[in-house]
Design a protein around this ligand. Structure first.
Ligand code: GLN
Length: 395
């Protein structure tokens, strides 16, 4: 029989699915895959239920409902001072993942180079390759996961079409600062490229740090696609409602992809998300504060268990260095081991690197001593998880 698509065929099942299945098999507390164990506001759920009953359940407009597109435009103005015309600059997608896929399909031609930053969220590289792009990676340097000018300069060239940027960054939990963003903007302008900015954790930022959209920097509004996520902002990751804002030319290119991918997004969810985006500033502030408290609970507990915990500036995640536990093996073996023997699941950070590149000797192998824990769980669940790790490593 003929081959299936050989680009995707080279990738296995995602680390999220693999480790969630292992957690289930061993009845372990799953701090691997990132999803909250408590849903967001009831009134948003009620709004969706009401919309199902009272509004049409047929195809909404391809680019999104007026109600939600206007709410996205208003949100961008309120939080970042960004002016986006909801008609020519806002598009609703079925999740941020669709927005990213659509941006890659809509913007790159086969052979174009795309810069990504490692450790990198797992779907970026397969999607770039499937869209015909060539991946150029820049590595962040642990333990502070800093972005260096030199690494960026090595990755960008005349062949670069765009950078796919994620801030706050999953899994390194970095929130890029003004200097780093200015450096990226400099490269984007120097090489006349675009930037696709995955900002799904925009409202989960800690320690009074500020999330700055690259799009808000001088010269960037014409070159950036900014992607947000209702799943993250309203703690309903299963809803899969994403939204982009982009200048008209890029917006058009993304609409072309979107109309052939999913065409539209369930209307009752769009209605409810629009209501959510109109919540007052306090809701958004509390989201960060709630997650920050959870980060602190898990950080303290993991330190007691012997881990060297790296600082998490935002997202649902923190990274930990496993070496101080004395474990004899790499991050993959470690995550399987603690799932089986300590009853807690985390993810190996090496899963977030371009392993094809490491295998081809083009770059040194990725670090194999970091793991990622997800902390958007009930406080009691986090406490139970770290107590299990303390019992296992420090009996
Ligand atoms: N974004 C989530 C994470 O990083 C999960 C994504 C997924 O399961 N595809 O854990």
């Amino acid at each position: 029989m003929k081959q299936v698509n050989t680009v995707l065929d080279q990738f296995g099942t995602t680390i999220f699915t693999t480790m969630s299945a292992l957690a289930l098999e061993h009845n372990a507390i799953n701090l691997g895959q990132g999803f909250p164990d408590q849903d967001g506001p009831d009134f948003i759920k009620d709004a969706a239920c009401d919309a199902i009953r009272q509004q049409p359940n047929q195809y909404p407009p391809m680019a999104g409902t007026t109600h939600l597109r206007q709410a996205v435009g208003d949100h961008n103005k309120r939080f970042y001072g960004l002016d986006s015309d909801w008609q020519t600059g806002v598009l609703v997608t079925s999740g941020a993942t669709e927005a990213i896929a659509g941006a890659l399909l809509g913007l790159i031609n086969p052979g174009d180079e795309v810069v990504v930053i490692e450790p990198v969220f797992d779907c970026y590289i397969p999607m770039i390759l499937r869209a015909g792009g060539i991946v150029r990676t820049v590595r962040l340097i642990p333990p502070h996961w800093t972005l260096s000018r030199q690494a960026l300069e090595e990755a960008f060239s005349e062949r670069t079409k765009l950078i796919l940027l994620n801030s706050p960054q999953n899994p390194a939990a970095r929130v890029y600062n003004a200097d780093e963003l200015a450096l990226i903007a400099e490269m984007v302008l120097r090489y006349d490229t675009y930037a696709v900015c995955d900002e799904v954790y925009e409202h989960i930022v800690f320690d009074e740090l500020e999330h700055i959209p690259l799009m808000s920097l001088p010269g960037m509004a014409e070159r950036c696609v900014r992607i947000g996520s209702a799943g993250k902002t309203f703690s309903m990751t299963g809803w899969k409602v994403g939204y982009i804002n982009a200048p008209p030319k890029l917006h058009d290119a993304l609409c072309k992809a979107h109309q052939f991918l999913t065409f539209t997004t369930p209307p009752m969810l769009q209605h409810a998300v629009a209501e959510g985006l109109r919540l007052d500033d306090d809701y958004f502030r509390q989201l960060s504060l709630t997650q920050q408290k959870k980060r602190d609970i898990l950080t303290t507990g993991l330190r007691r268990a012997g881990f060297d915990v790296l600082n998490s500036q935002g997202t649902y995640f923190l990274c930990a260095d496993i070496r101080p536990t004395g474990f004899d093996g790499d991050d993959v073996a470690f995550c399987q081991h603690i799932t089986r023997h300590a009853g807690v699941t985390a993810l190996p950070l090496s899963a977030f690197y371009d392993l094809r590149e490491a295998a081809s000797d083009k770059k040194p192998p990725p670090p194999s001593h970091f793991i990622r824990f997800c902390f958007c769980k009930k406080d009691a669940v986090l406490e139970e998880a770290y107590e299990k790790l303390i019992d296992y490593f420090k009996p």
